[in-house]
Design a protein around this ligand. Structure first.
Ligand code: GTP
Ligand code: MG
Length: 197
């Protein structure tokens, strides 16, 4: 699938003020700095659409982007950001979890994982929570350009193995690089398939 247009719609902290849930929606979530905003820009091939930063904690709101006037991509703030207060973190948790569980047009959640790291507890537990809620999710391993494919594959294998402690099956996964636009066609094809069904 080729994206023709991608436009910013709105930023929100209030789940009640989101766009009408009339179009299919896909959300990107993961630890701060994992590359959610960069991945969105790479998917639609539009640098600077979603704001990125070398410093974690850049995205603070629920950001909606409309793609080809027919579906939404949603950029979310990251979890596990150390430089924030406990209160902030608890608020984040509440509003994101509310968004994820209540958003009726949300088709699928893309959970981003840093392909350079061994399985992180926070990511595994977040996946477990999604599973418990019955929310559909897929795994996106990011920053593949930063190390060898062998190293990424090792970390992916370990992550899958850890998930199998809680899940009977591991969801589909993608190895990506926003920098090199690796894996973008595969993600877009998956979205296209869901949109068509
Ligand atoms: P928060 O909004 O803070 O939660 O972060 P985020 O997950 O949106 O991360 P963001 O897209 O802002 O990227 C964080 C940093 O990682 C930036 O410096 C990006 O340039 C870099 N980055 C993201 N994806 C890639 C990638 O695929 N390859 C490389 N080399 N760097 C990447
Ligand atoms: Mg971001």
């Amino acid at each position: 699938m080729l994206v023709k247009t991608a436009e910013f719609v709105m930023s929100n902290t209030d789940v009640r003020k989101l766009p009408e849930p009339s179009l299919p929606e896909y959300a990107f979530i993961g630890r701060s700095n994992v590359g959610k905003s960069s991945l969105i820009n790479a998917l639609v091939n539009k640098k600077g659409l979603a704001k990125t930063s070398q410093k974690p904690g850049k995205t603070q709101l629920i950001n909606h982007f409309i793609i080809d006037k027919s579906w939404y991509l949603v950029d979310l703030p990251g979890y596990g950001f150390a430089q924030t207060s406990k209160k902030n973190r608890a608020e984040w948790e509440r509003f994101i979890r509310r968004y994820l569980t209540k958003r009726e047009n949300l088709q699928c959640i893309f959970v981003l994982i840093d392909s350079r790291l061994e399985p992180q507890k926070i990511d595994l537990e977040f996946c477990r929570w999604l599973g418990e809620q019955g929310l559909p999710f897929l795994l996106v391993f990011t920053k593949a350009d930063k190390q060898s494919t062998m190293k990424s594959d090792q970390n992916i294998a370990k992550f899958k193995k850890s998930l199998l402690a809680w899940f009977e099956e591991v969801p589909s996964l993608f190895l990506t690089s926003a920098e090199k636009r690796q894996g973008m066609e595969e993600i877009l094809a998956t979205i296209d398939d869901i949109n068509k069904n």
